[in-house]
Each structure stands twice: as structure tokens, then as C-alpha cells.
Write a protein that binds this ligand. Structure first.
Ligand code: GLY
Length: 291
């Protein structure tokens, strides 16, 4: 049957609440498409890649097309894929002018060196045949001209397939207006991690996610025997104690989805509950978020 959860960033930090309905509609559509592929026998890797690719293509979200600009006016994108069964993390940091950073991260999972950065990552993409793509949108250019740092935005997915394989994937355009070359959490094991027991993708303030090694911390807690909900609750409490701002989505090996968020953070998510109800951040129903 499989199980899937996706996110489109940390909405409250974006301060653009009027967009909630648009975000919600897009997330539900993208969720349904990726879930359809999973339910038709697709594997978890394909499902997270499809979900993140669709999120990168949607200019509402800060990843791929629609990424924010760094302070020098350039877009630099980062993405990662984590194979929980093979225990392989692969990622790309500050790549430019490609349509799907997540595809480059995925391509790196099967070669010797799993993480590439900056101009060399872009050169590598070209050698693999990734064509030039300008991810700039008018809206992001307008935000840049108004010097809107916009806080944080990221997209991500976690999936479990019929074979029990767990994968996590994350992609981001960064915070907007950051120091050129700043490295986001997304393409680190703090922002994206999975084991045979759980898969986690984070959103929020990258520096704080790295400070607490959030995704890896949750995954290790589960590996050491904690139920996912407890692992997330403890990690969120630690984040709150430090006044950190982050959120996360996660799945355990039974396919149970979990969302966690620190105070002042609101994860834009979509998933299906154990009871089979399609829920999202605007209409969570009975779905319980750890805060
Ligand atoms: N979480 C995305 C970033 O801080 O770049």
C-alpha cells in the first residue's frame, strides 16, 4: 500500500497567509499525484522524487522554479535524497540554472561522491545532460527588489513502499537575501535523513536545524527504540527550549505520518492518516501535530 507525507515549507515564517488556500490546493494535488504512483506499485524512491519534482515545478514554493534570490541577486538551489535502506545520503548544494535539483541529488546517489557544491555541481549537471533552466519568477524578483528576506521555504517528502523501503527528499532555494554561497540545512543530514525505521525532511531556519541536527536526531532516536511521535516530541521540545524555529515531516516503518513544529512555525503539509483521511495543514482533521 505504501505511505507518503509531503511539505511545502514553513508557512507562518513566510508571513504570507493570504496564500494559504493556494498552498493547500497545490499540496493536495501534488500529494494525490505522487500517492497515485506509489499505490500503483511505484517505489518509495520514485514517489519522493516525483513529489519533490512537482513541488520544484510549482512557483508557489521556494524550490526549483520560484526559488528565492540570494543577496547578490543570484538563485542557488540545494536538494538531497536519503535512501533509508541502502543508508545513502546524496545532495547538491548551491547549484544554478537547472530545473530539478532533486534529480541531480538522486543521480549522485549511485556514484562514488555523493555531495557536490556550487559551480562544480552545475558543471556536473551539464555533463549529465541537465539543460539550462532559469528558475527565476517575476514574483521572486519583486520580493528581491523589495529586499524581502521572507524567512524560510523548502519542500520535501517522505515515503514508505510495499517493500518496506523508506526514503526522504528535500529541496530549497534557501532563505532569500542570504549571504551568497550560504549553505542550507536541506542538503545536510540535519535537514534530510532516513534509516530502515524512519524518514525525515525538515523546514525552517537552516542554521537552527543544523545546530540541532534535527532529522538525524529524530532518526537515531527511533533507531534506538523510541516511537516516532516521542522522538519528534523530544526534538521539538529541545528546539523550543532554544527558541529555534523549525518543522519536520516524518514516517515510521509502519507508514505512520508525523508532523512536528516548534513555536511560531507552521509546516505546510499534506498526508493521509492511518484512518485513510487525506489531510493537510489547513484541514488537519483528527491528525495530531507535535508542538
Ligand atoms: N530550511 C531552508 C534553509 O534554511 O535554507
Amino acid at each position: 500500500m505504501g505511505s507518503l507525507i509531503i511539505h511545502g515549507g514553513a508557512g507562518r515564517l513566510e508571513s504570507l497567509r493570504t496564500r494559504e488556500r493556494d498552498w493547500s490546493g497545490s499540496l493536495s494535488e501534488i500529494y494525490s499525484e505522487a500517492e497515485f504512483s506509489l499505490k500503483r506499485g511505484g517505489d518509495a524512491r520514485s514517489a519522493v522524487l516525483l513529489a519533490v519534482r512537482l513541488l520544484e515545478s510549482d512557483p508557489l514554493f521556494n524550490a526549483g522554479t520560484g526559488s528565492k534570490l540570494q543577496s547578490d541577486g543570484e538563485i542557488r538551489m540545494s536538494a538531497a535524497l536519503m535512501d533509508g535502506v541502502g543508508t545513502i545520503f546524496s545532495g547538491v548544494i548551491n547549484v544554478r540554472h537547472i530545473e530539478h535539483p532533486i534529480d541531480l541529488a538522486a543521480a549522485l546517489s549511485s556514484v562514488d561522491h555523493h555531495v557536490l557544491a556550487a559551480a562544480e555541481a552545475t558543471d556536473y549537471a551539464r555533463r549529465l545532460g541537465f539543460p539550462f533552466h532559469d528558475p527565476l519568477t517575476e514574483e521572486r524578483l519583486g520580493e528581491y527588489r523589495q529586499r524581502l528576506a521572507g524567512a524560510e521555504g523548502t519542500v520535501g517528502a517522505a515515503a514508505l513502499d510495499d517493500q518496506g523501503r523508506l526514503f526522504a527528499a528535500t529541496s530549497t532555494g534557501g532563505t532569500g537575501f542570504e549571504t551568497p554561497g550560504r549553505v542550507s540545512d536541506s542538503a545536510t543530514v540535519a535537514g534530510t535523513y532516513a534509516t530502515a525505521q524512519t524518514a525525515v525532511s525538515c523546514t525552517g531556519r537552516g542554521e537552527e536545524i543544523v545546530n540541532l541536527a534535527v532529522a538525524a536526531r529524530v532518526a537515531v532516536r527511533v533507531q534506538d527504540g523510541a516511537p516516532l511521535r516521542d522522538a519528534v516530541a523530544r526534538t521539538v521540545a529541545e528546539g523550543n527550549a532554544l527558541s529555534f524555529h523549525f518543522g519536520l515531516i516524518a514516517l515510521d516503518r509502519q507508514g505512520r505520518p508525523q508532523v512536528g513544529e516548534t513555536a511560531g512555525t507552521r509546516v505546510l503539509f499534506a498526508t493521509r492518516t492511518e484512518a485513510g483521511e487525506l489531510v493537510n495543514f489547513m484541514e488537519p482533521g483528527e491528525f495530531s501535530i507535535v508542538r
